[in-house]
Write a protein that binds this ligand. Structure first.
Ligand SMILES: Cc1cc2nc3c(=O)[nH]c(=O)nc-3n(C[C@H](O)[C@H](O)[C@H](O)COP(=O)(O)OP(=O)(O)OC[C@H]3O[C@@H](n4cnc5c(N)ncnc54)[C@H](O)[C@@H]3O)c2cc1C
Length: 563
């Protein structure tokens, strides 16, 4: 019998709510479900919300009765916020998080590199925003609980899952014993230690790094702005690296690398934690400033992925599918992109807009993304925690040269998580004008946001299916284009026609008219009047035309749905 803890997790700033377990005896008979999602972490909850946006119901099971312990992922990128906006929680993060865009690298007490990530007025969100993972999970859970299409089941632990004809049979253990449920698809979002992955004997591919970091969250009043601080080779921790990040509620994250050979047990002894945090505070000039510990843990970098995410009707996502280093903030930020991709691909299959083969495209695209991240993150990890004598020699040369030589300083760049471009996707239009464009996002690229009016941005209007944005003049959208969109809709394809124009009045043939008095879309997307962009449901570019023709549009949409 599964007996999750009913004791609220300890925290000095967050009140953990303990939810009641979902018990089968208090419910009606179970019919076969469309989707069961295992794990109510960021990946599982965003998948549930994405599916619901496409009208697909899901059952979301969590072994625990509360949100995860400790702050864990604390830095969320602009692209993550754009995805979270789509599922309705970005405003809560904006209200409560700490936005930032600068990072400082410090060596021997000298600031040797300052990274300033551009913040364009066309972007609704800052490059980064800090908030503890429990808050993110709370906001996502509130959105799931308020959605009739999502059945959240706390205290339900999946203990067995097997592919059967036309679906998956799952055994779920609860505080009153096990029950069985059947589902057409099962999403394994059960985290880095995925039991589903282990039971299916699936192997992650890639590398694990030996260096261990302590992650400690302390409450302290420090007069620094919200910027990333990275200290290399400091006096009190020679040869190693320390990171500091401000979090909401007066909390600071201090990550420090341990000397080789020290075990996590030794490192997490209270006296060891105290001595090192005091040493760090002394080094930055705040010796004796009172502080209080909230949470601590250890961490070591891994760059691992499954080579396939779709195994018949069981789909792996988030940390269950890959383990990525926290350097460059890749864990949860990658999970959101996985979940967004999975949500629309699976919904299109279940809603009959595409054959089951579309799921293979999801796997190919997201494994490709993980492999790109692994290459990028591997570089950051080798700089932060050199894995061999050669890498250390190289890194130390950069550190020491950076005191006087400008040209080596960019090597400190920490390569922040960025969305993968699906440049070679099978779904990209086979017959558009991509090659003729001189600017704007290319096929497979993520979208670029655009401020249209005060508090009105382009991406606010996209989502729920494919979006065709047509650059219109005063005559509006030509009737043959509007007719083509109507026909596609009649065939069941979720597609919306958005006219964008300098004209303020609504255009009858379009579902939405966007008023763009300064022709920002034309310039940022390098598209003339009569041209258009087709966005996929995850907002990546699917096709673009300098002059849109109805036949090309139809062919592109059919190709994007593998028809
Ligand atoms: C100690 C620690 C520190 C971290 N620090 C950072 C950081 O600083 N920056 C960063 O970007 N990322 C960090 N991460 C990673 C980040 O937390 C994850 O990348 C992110 O949570 C991934 O989300 P997920 O939904 O895939 O998995 P998880 O958040 O792990 O969620 C998995 C869910 O599955 C549930 N579950 C597991 N097994 C079962 C089962 N059998 N049945 C039902 N439910 C089950 C769990 O209860 C949990 O709700 C950290 C992770 C850890 C563990």
């Amino acid at each position: 019998m599964h007996t999750p803890s009913t004791q609220a997790r300890p925290s000095i700033y967050y009140n953990y709510q303990v939810f009641k377990p979902w018990l089968a005896s208090q419910q009606g008979p179970q019919s076969k479900h469309k989707v069961v999602i295992v794990g109510a972490g960021p990946a599982g909850m965003v998948t549930a919300l994405e599916l619901a946006r496409h009208g697909v119901p899901s059952v979301l099971v969590s072994a625990d009765l509360q949100f995860s312990q400790g702050s864990r992922a604390i830095v969320f990128t602009r692209r993550s916020m754009e995805i979270l906006q789509q599922v309705g929680v970005a405003h809560r993060i904006t209200e409560n998080g700490l936005p930032w865009r600068c990072g400082n690298s410090i060596y021997r007490g000298q600031k040797v590199f300052r990274m300033e990530t551009p913040h364009d007025p066309d972007d609704r969100f800052f490059p980064m925003i800090n908030i503890q993972q429990q808050y993110l999970e709370e906001y996502l859970h509130d959105a799931c609980a308020a959605n009739d299409l999502i059945d959240v089941r706390w205290g339900n632990k999946l203990v067995k899952a097997e592919n059967i004809e036309g679906g998956v049979r799952a055994e779920i253990d609860t505080p009153e014993g096990p029950y069985t449920l059947e589902t057409e698809w099962l999403v394994a979002a059960d985290g880095g230690r995925s039991e589903i992955r282990s039971r299916m004997n699936l192997k992650l591919e890639g590398s694990s790094y030996e260096s261990i970091f302590v992650i400690a969250d302390i409450r302290i009043d420090l007069p620094y702005p919200t910027e990333r601080l990275a200290f290399f080779d400091p006096d009190w921790n020679r040869g190693n690296t320390i990171l500091m990040h401000r979090e909401p509620h007066g909390i600071w994250r201090v990550d420090y690398q341990l000397p080789p050979g020290e075990t996590p047990e030794e490192a997490l002894r209270p006296e060891s934690l105290k001595q090192r945090i005091d040493a760090q505070l002394k080094m930055i000039g705040f010796e004796g400033t009172p502080w209080e510990m909230d949470w601590n843990s250890v961490y070591s970098a891994r760059t691992l992925t499954l080579p396939e995410y779709v195994h018949q009707r069981i789909v792996f996502t988030g940390d269950a599918a890959h383990l990525l280093p926290i350097f460059g903030v890749r864990g949860a930020n990658t999970a959101f992109q996985d979940a967004q991709s999975l949500g629309w691909h699976l919904a299109f299959v279940l809603n009959g807009h595409a054959p089951e083969a579309l799921m293979q495209n999801h796997s190919t695209e997201r494994v490709g993304a993980a492999r790109e991240i692994i290459t990028e993150a591997g570089k950051s990890t080798r700089f932060m925690a050199p894995p061999s004598r050669g890498f250390r020699l190289l890194r130390d040369a950069v550190l020491s040269l950076s005191l006087t030589q400008e040209f080596v300083r960019p090597l400190y760049h920490w390569r922040t998580s960025r969305p993968h471009e699906y440049s070679h996707s099978k779904l990209n239009s086979p017959c558009d004008d991509n090659a003729l464009f001189t600017g704007g996002p290319a096929l497979g690229a993520p979208p670029q946001n655009l401020q249209l009016q005060h508090d009105d941005y382009l991406l606010d209007h996209l989502g729920g299916g494919f979006d065709l944005i047509y650059a219109a003049n005063a005559q509006g959208v030509p009737s043959h284009i509007a007719q083509a969109v109507t026909e596609l809709q009649q065939q069941g394809f979720p597609i919306k026609l958005i006219a964008i124009s300098t004209e303020a009045q609504a255009m009858a043939s379009a579902h939405i008219t966007l008023h763009d008095p300064q022709q920002r879309f034309k310039h940022r997307y390098a598209v003339p009047i009569g041209g258009a962009y087709l966005f996929r449901p995850d907002q990546h570019i699917c096709g673009r035309w300098l002059q849109l023709d109805a036949a090309g549009l139809k062919q592109s949409l059919l190709a994007a749905c593998l028809q």
